[in-house]
Design a protein around this ligand. Structure first.
Ligand code: ZN
Length: 444
């Protein structure tokens, strides 16, 4: 499978070789690595040792990959409870990098990397970019934030490892982003999908036609986004928009990526062993069935994670991918159990609202959900921007669109929502992750 590395589109990057391992070989490798990482976690991390002892789960009891279900789960609060360094399995002398994710409340979670961990992270990011058809000669504008957030440096090392030219512009300053994109002949960009939408809009205002630029790929992640959003992005910018997945607790970006088929995300399962479980019982579910995604890091040294519950809802896709990769795929993450809100007893995910809104012509991909409580009853208002043409048209077409959207939302969600159509630019634009839901219920 390893052919001569060439720089043409579709050329094969040597780092991508593990993507194509024969399945049996991959399972063998996973089992060996699993045994190693569980042993390491047991020997060096008090919390893992205590949990395994409590369950009577010994590292040497792992004879097959299926035995992983005997191991205890790890959850986000475990990282908070052991803040800052309590889950490290390496002495600080071997830790070359720390990152942290900003929690919405209280202390952040802190993660550590040895040099070997950084090398693994770089390699999965190289494989991610290669899967999106990027190669040497590409000019990659990295608009993920540099700093404690894993997005910036993760993408940076990956782009350099690929041999591409990386522009470490970081997030923010949209006018400069557009100038650089145009003047430097940028061919690929990394940022959140909502920030890229903002750049498309700003480019239009500055008289820059994004469709005429050399930009051909976007590697978008760090927030959930729908296929409806992808279609809008691709139509308005003439690029291919790829979904990248990762999380700080596991390594950062580069846990999974879409290939040219754009049909689910390949997981780099030689380093991150995926399971899908029933979120209520913790029992594993068969491939193809939706459940909560769980990862065990197979090669992490400084901070191994055993059966980490991501809160992301997805399913493993059982079919082989057309691209020839043997590493498995998962469905795009449309739902995070953390994002879910309950209104009048109904579970609602922002992605359902997004898909419903963008299915109707005349809307713009900028929206916000506002929750309130009036006279003890939960109210949901969906604010969505509409095109200037619709807005400047007669009142009649606004009413028509409003009716269509209300109907679409009601049939999708099973509850009534107020729809408020607003002019373009009304909803605040994000420089990073978009804030989709404003919940005012607790304030009343
Ligand atoms: Zn594929």
């Amino acid at each position: 499978m390893i052919e001569q590395w060439n720089d043409s589109p579709g050329g094969f990057h040597p780092a991508s070789a593990p993507d194509y391992l024969p399945v049996e070989q991959l399972r063998d490798l996973q089992l060996r690595r699993l045994q190693g990482v569980v042993r390491r976690a047991y020997d060096h991390v008090a919390l893992f040792r205590r949990r395994m002892d409590e369950r009577g789960a010994r590292p040497d009891g792992l004879k097959s990959l299926a035995d992983i279900t005997r191991m205890p789960f790890t959850v986000k609060t475990d990282l908070r409870d052991t803040y800052p360094f309590g889950l490290f399995a390496s002495p600080i002398q071997e830790v070359v990098r720390l990152h942290a994710s900003s929690g919405t409340t209280g202390k952040p979670i802190v993660v550590a990397y040895t040099q070997e961990d950084i090398n693994v992270w770089t390699s999965v990011m190289v494989r991610s970019f290669a899967a999106c058809g990027l190669h040497r000669g590409d000019i990659i504008q990295n608009a993920y934030g540099y700093g404690l957030f894993t997005g910036g440096l993760g993408a940076h090392y990956g782009a350099e490892g690929l041999g591409a030219t990386v522009i470490p512009i970081s997030g923010g300053n949209s006018d400069r982003q557009i100038m650089v994109m145009k003047d430097f002949g940028v061919t690929a960009i990394c940022c959140t999908p909502s920030y890229f939408l903002h750049l498309i809009e700003r480019a239009g205002e500055l008289g820059v036609d994004m469709k005429s630029l050399p930009l051909r790929a976007g590697v978008f992640g760090a927030e959930p986004w729908t296929d409806a959003m992808r279609r809008r992005i691709e139509a308005e910018s003439s690029i291919k928009a790829y979904d990248i997945y990762g999380l700080t607790e596991i390594i950062g970006p580069g846990v999974g990526i879409e290939c040219a088929e754009q049909s689910g995300l390949h997981l780099f399962e030689d380093h991150f062993y995926p399971e899908i479980i029933d979120p209520d019982t913790g029992a594993p579910v068969p491939d193809g069935t939706e459940g909560e995604l769980v990862f065990t890091t197979l090669s992490k040294k400084a901070m191994p994670m055993i059966r980490y519950r991501t809160r992301d809802i997805t399913a493993i896709i059982p079919e082989k991918c057309q691209c020839g990769r043997t590493i498995r795929r998962m469905r795009r993450i449309g739902r995070r159990s953390d994002d879910m809100f309950i209104i009048r007893g109904v579970n609602v995910f922002p992605s359902q609202v997004e898909a419903a809104l963008l299915a109707v012509e005349g809307t713009l991909p900028h929206y916000q959900i506002v929750l309130a409580r009036e006279k003890g009853l939960d109210q949901m208002e969906v604010q969505v921007e509409v095109t200037t043409e619709v807005f400047s048209d007669k009142v009649r077409s606004l009413e028509l669109l409003q009716g269509q959207l209300s109907h679409k939302l009601e049939t999708t969600l099973g509850i009534r929502a107020e729809v408020r159509l607003v002019e373009p630019h009304t909803i605040e634009r994000s420089q990073g992750k978009a804030k989709r839901v404003i919940d005012n219920r607790k304030m009343q």
